[in-house]
Design a binder for this molecule. Structure first.
Ligand SMILES: [Zn+2]
Length: 433
């Protein structure tokens, strides 16, 4: 982190999608210290030169909604309905997960994300201590929200342990932020959601919550409370604090009056397609809300690439609106960059003084070459193989196409855990969907 690194001779694409030639980036103390012309950078001494000739340098990506430990369950529930996915597969297997499973699931997820150019993710899961440890060990940034189920018998203990976790760890590590993760309005009914929101406010942190994920959830909420899940959250004060709204797929036009700039929606369209959840209203409402992209858990979306999610969003958006000129690459890029605004790590800009969370791209590969417009090449054609370097806070976690750390050892552990998970089988879940 304390190393001085000069990224030399690359072409910069900034957070707005502008392509800027002739700019060298001097990274020091984890930050972008200076943006220099080639002439100016020639006199910079005592630094490591990284030649980026022919390469592109961009801000990194944020995964705004993940359940990273669920990487350990990737592929365990395929080609089933959303109801069977929750109740017959995921919740019953999850009920028997152990701390080691959570730890290695998160390490595996972090490695995949770093490979895909993600330098920060917003996580929503239980066993937060194990998630926190995995994040520290891999060097990625994370905004961790211990998940709380209001319907669970041990709800009080869950809330208390989440609060204790935040009190103990908040502000301890520059790469980690914390918030509370009420699972959803329907799983935290009555006064419980309000209690959790108030607890977050008292701790000075935000919330991360699933809202209006399915049409059924909205209908059930209207039947039960006369209000949509968005209105329920609003009445609990959920929009008075920083809020990550996972999905919001079936948010309605009438809901917009409850939503303000504190809220960032995390769209995960691959999951919606995989579980046949419909298109919802997000393609129409996108311009009225802050949004970026998440991946959800790998048990539903199989991969952890916000870029892939954004591509699916753009393609599906064009298709269902019949407007091939809408959902442009530059707009999708800016929406991807919005994830940085939501997490407030001071990342996501190529600007002096900002955190150095950067990607270096090689687009001279068969999938992306020739390059008429580098931004379109990234949005529509690229994959992880085009990302040469991933830098978090001035530190390369992927360099020259290779991930830092003992990847082989992690895979060995994950393989062993998979066998143990199958042997243990399913148990009784804390909650039914
Ligand atoms: Zn989710």
């Amino acid at each position: 982190m304390s190393e001085k690194i000069l990224l030399k001779n690359g072409t910069v694409i900034d957070e707005k999608g502008n392509v800027i030639e002739g700019l060298d980036i001097l990274v020091s103390g984890g930050k972008i210290e200076q943006l220099l012309t080639h002439e100016e950078s020639a006199s910079v001494e005592d630094c490591i030169h990284t030649d980026c000739s022919g390469l592109f340098i961009t801000p990194s990506f944020v995964n705004l909604h993940a359940h990273s430990p669920m990487n350990i369950l990737k592929g365990i529930a395929e080609d089933v309905s959303i109801d069977r996915w929750f109740n017959e597969k995921i919740f019953p297997y999850e009920s028997k997960l152990e701390k080691d499973d959570v730890y290695f699931g998160t390490v595996l997820a972090s490695l995949e994300m770093i490979n895909n150019g993600v330098t920060a993710f917003a996580d929503h899961y239980f066993a937060q201590e194990a998630v926190y440890r995995a994040v520290e060990d891999t060097g990625i940034r994370a905004d961790i929200a211990p998940t709380i189920f209001g319907l669970a018998e041990d709800y009080r203990e869950q809330l208390k342990s989440a609060e204790d976790f935040i009190l103990k760890n908040n502000g301890k590590n520059s790469r980690t932020k914390l918030r509370l993760g009420p699972h959803a309005p329907y799983t935290c009914p009555g006064q419980k959601l309000k209690e959790i929101v108030n607890a977050a406010k008292n701790l000075g942190v935000g919330i991360h919550i699933h809202v209006s994920e399915t049409r059924q959830q909205v209908e059930d909420s209207l039947k039960l409370t006369g209000k949509t899940p968005v209105e329920v959250l609003y009445e609990c004060g959920g929009f008075d604090t920083d809020a990550i709204i996972a999905h919001g797929l079936w948010t309605s036009k009438e809901d917009l009056k409850f939503i303000n700039d504190n809220a960032y929606f995390a769209f995960c369209p691959k999951t919606y397609m995989k579980l046949a959840m419909g298109n919802g209203n997000i393609y129409e409402l996108k311009d009225s809300i802050n949004y970026s992209f998440g991946t959800d858990g790998a048990a539903s979306s199989n991969t952890l690439s916000p870029l892939e999610q954004s591509r699916i969003f753009a393609l599906n958006g064009k298709n269902i609106t019949g407007d091939a000129e809408g959902f442009k690459a530059s707009e999708i890029w800016q929406s991807l960059m919005n994830g940085h605004r939501a997490l407030k790590f001071e990342t996501g800009r190529i600007k002096e003084g900002c955190q150095a969370d950067l990607l270096v791209w090689d687009l001279q590969k068969p999938n992306t070459f020739p390059v008429y417009d580098p931004l379109s090449s990234i949005i529509y054609s690229s994959d992880a193989n085009n990302i040469v370097h991933t830098m978090v806070q001035g530190e390369f976690l992927k360099y020259d196409g290779r991930l830092k750390g003992d990847v082989k050892g992690v895979l060995q552990n994950v393989g062993d855990i998979k066998n143990r998970i199958l042997k243990r089988g399913t148990g009784k879940s804390k909650i039914s969907y």
